[in-house]
Design a protein around this ligand. Structure first.
Ligand SMILES: Nc1ncnc2c1ncn2[C@@H]1O[C@H](COP(=O)(O)OP(=O)(O)O)[C@@H](O)[C@H]1O
Ligand SMILES: [Mg+2]
Length: 567
């Protein structure tokens, strides 16, 4: 804002300038006026000379006196004619002075303000006398009004100028402040586009377009950044970004959680100082040296366990292929490794399980061929062994096929309403004889009808496997009890025996393929170690659950809960 002080000085200067301008104009007009008057007076000289000179000499007689009087009366002012000695020979004044050598020639303003002109009368290159004329300068009309108008116009012009400047400067100030806002990232402000001045409104319009574009760009940039941040934080692998100077610039959530590391103060630290695993820092160093991506499978300790990781170091290059940093990715492959181990174990187990009966069949057959056939007792015994081993082989193969079928991804349950009580009755009927042969009583204490949601064939398989196990692992004189029970939202199948029981620490393992608490015993009983693995898969496919309660030497209870159809 202009200060008041400055405003006053400014006005004083403006007034002084205006006054000065008027004075100069006034002087110029005056000069022009007097010049014009001088010419008028000079033009009279030849006329006066014609009257005053007679045959080349100055001679004033009564006639010429009269003529001169008339002339002067006509044109106004006063007239004095001098001879060469400076003596007045004619004058309209009563007491004319002697002509002194005039200082200013031809025109000057005398002490009374009258204008005077003295002109020599020249005849054949000789001065014959002087003419002195005096008169009032004619007034220029309307000069005062002209000056007043000029003055007022000047003031108005200044005021108008002020107004325009103020208007422009306000708009420009507004535009400038908006530009400043834009430069500092505040894109919400808009300048007014509807002002009279088209240039300013065009400027504001452009600023608004710029602001809108910047706002859009900033928004999309933020969204992108947000997305990227979310992606980096929540990606399934641990990530560490290292800049070109080997300092940590980012550690994501997955890394923090997987390695349970205090990464909050890792930022801007050198990677060797903070990353605890020397294998990893070595790999990073190698990547820095080579500038190419490196990947290594590493087994890294985390607290009390060791996990497997696929660690990849990828260089981050700029447009000029210069190394700007490195991104380290930790992909947890512990589960994969576990699966791989399971697969290897499974193949080894299957081979072993298949080899045993086959070896036995071959061995006994060879013995028979070698002469044992001659002894009927031995022949009978060996053939029985060969038969039972072949049956074991058959069971093993069919159970393996069954298991692989259930484990197929597209294995589907044929959902039905299953009459559990009836299904259990049928199953028991088939197995009672087998139990009886071992001297075990098999009783069902179901008191109600239970309907489950599932595949009757598969549920029957579950029942057979559980009851067969109960028969297998219960000694003569023992008891097996089954029951179907309606629970709140499910139907329970209970199979309990008074058999050998299972140690608590063995319970989680009995569902593994080929796992048997007592391998020799299971083998003798014709077990394959696959029965409970099949049960577990089937129950999972039904969306049910298994509970096992057991006491070694006292007995075991398996409880399977199935879903009920929605009423
Ligand atoms: N009712 C039970 N009582 C005691 N042990 C059992 C019972 N059912 C299963 N087991 C134990 O669980 C192991 C795995 O069972 P399963 O998968 O059916 O294999 P198997 O072919 O040996 O029966 C058995 O070898 C046995 O040690
Ligand atoms: Mg079994």
């Amino acid at each position: 804002m202009m200060s008041n002080h400055y405003k006053w000085i400014r006005w004083i200067v403006i007034l002084l300038c205006l006054t000065g301008l008027i004075l100069i104009i006034n002087e110029t007009i005056k000069a022009a006026n007097s010049k014009q008057y001088e010419n008028v007076l000079k033009e009279r000289v030849p006329g006066i000379q014609a009257i005053a000179l007679k045959q080349g000499h100055l001679h004033i007689d009564a006639e010429s006196n009269k003529s001169l009087n008339r002339y002067v009366k006509n044109v106004g002012g006063s007239l004095t004619i001098y001879d060469t000695d400076g003596q007045a020979v004619y004058s309209t004044r009563r007491h004319p002075h002697q002509l002194k050598a005039p200082k200013k020639l031809p025109l000057y303003q005398n002490s009374h303000g009258a204008f005077t002109i003295i002109e020599p009368m020249i005849q054949q290159k000789k001065t014959t006398g002087f003419i002195k004329m005096e008169g009032e300068l004619p007034r220029v009309k309307g000069l005062l009004i002209f000056y007043v108008i000029l003055f007022i116009a000047g003031i108005l012009l200044v005021l108008l100028y002020d107004r325009l400047v103020r208007k422009f400067s306000r708009s420009i100030r507004e535009a400038a402040s908006m530009a400043e806002d834009l430069s500092q990232g505040r894109y919400q402000k808009r300048a007014s586009e509807y002002i009279e001045d088209s240039d300013v409104s065009r400027l504001n319009y452009s600023l608004n377009v710029l602001a809108r574009s910047l706002e859009k760009i900033a928004k999309s940039y933020l969204t992108q950044q947000d997305r990227l941040k979310t992606l980096i934080e929540n990606i399934g692998s641990g990530l560490i970004f290292i800049d070109g100077n080997g300092r940590i610039s980012l550690v994501n959530k997955t890394y923090r959680e997987t390695f349970q590391a205090p990464t909050e103060n890792w930022l801007n630290q050198t990677y060797q100082d903070v990353i605890p695993h020397s294998e990893v820092t070595l790999l990073i160093t190698e990547t820095f040296k080579s500038g190419t991506a490196l990947t290594k499978q590493l087994k890294l300790p985390i607290r009390i366990e060791r996990k497997h990781f696929d660690v990849s170091c990828a260089p981050i290059l700029d447009q000029n292929e210069r190394l700007r940093g490195i991104v380290v990715v930790f992909h947890d492959i512990t589960e994969l490794k576990k699966l791989e181990k399971m697969r290897k174990d499974f193949v080894a187990n299957v081979s072993h399980e298949l080899k045993t009966p086959v070896t036995s069949v071959i061995g006994f057959t060879e013995t028979l061929l070698d002469g044992a056939m001659e002894e009927p007792e031995l022949q009978d015994k060996f053939l029985n062994i060969i038969l039972s081993e072949s049956k074991r082989l058959q069971t093993l193969i069919s159970e393996l096929l069954e298991l692989s079928k259930i484990e197929q991804e597209h294995f589907e349950i044929k959902w039905e309403h299953v009459q559990m009580t009836e299904l259990l009755d049928d199953t028991i009927m088939v197995l009672t004889e087998k139990a009886g042969e071992k001297g075990i009583t098999l009783t069902d204490s179901t008191k109600e009808a239970g309907i489950a949601l599932g595949d009757p064939q598969r549920i029957r398989q579950i029942m057979i496997n559980l009851i067969t196990n109960a028969i297998s692992y219960t000694s003569a004189g023992g008891k097996i009890q089954t029951e179907i029970k309606n629970m709140g939202d499910g139907v329970k199948l209970i199979v309990s025996d008074t058999g050998i029981g299972i140690e608590p620490n063995q319970i989680p393992r009995i569902f593994e393929r080929f796992y048997r608490v007592d391998k020799a015993r299971s083998r003798n009983l014709g077990g394959t170690g696959l029965g409970l693995a099949i049960v577990k898969h089937l129950v999972e496919a039904h969306g049910g659950r298994i509970d096992v309660a057991s006491k070694p030497g006292e007995g075991t209870t398996f409880e399977i809960t199935f879903k009920k159809p929605i009423a």
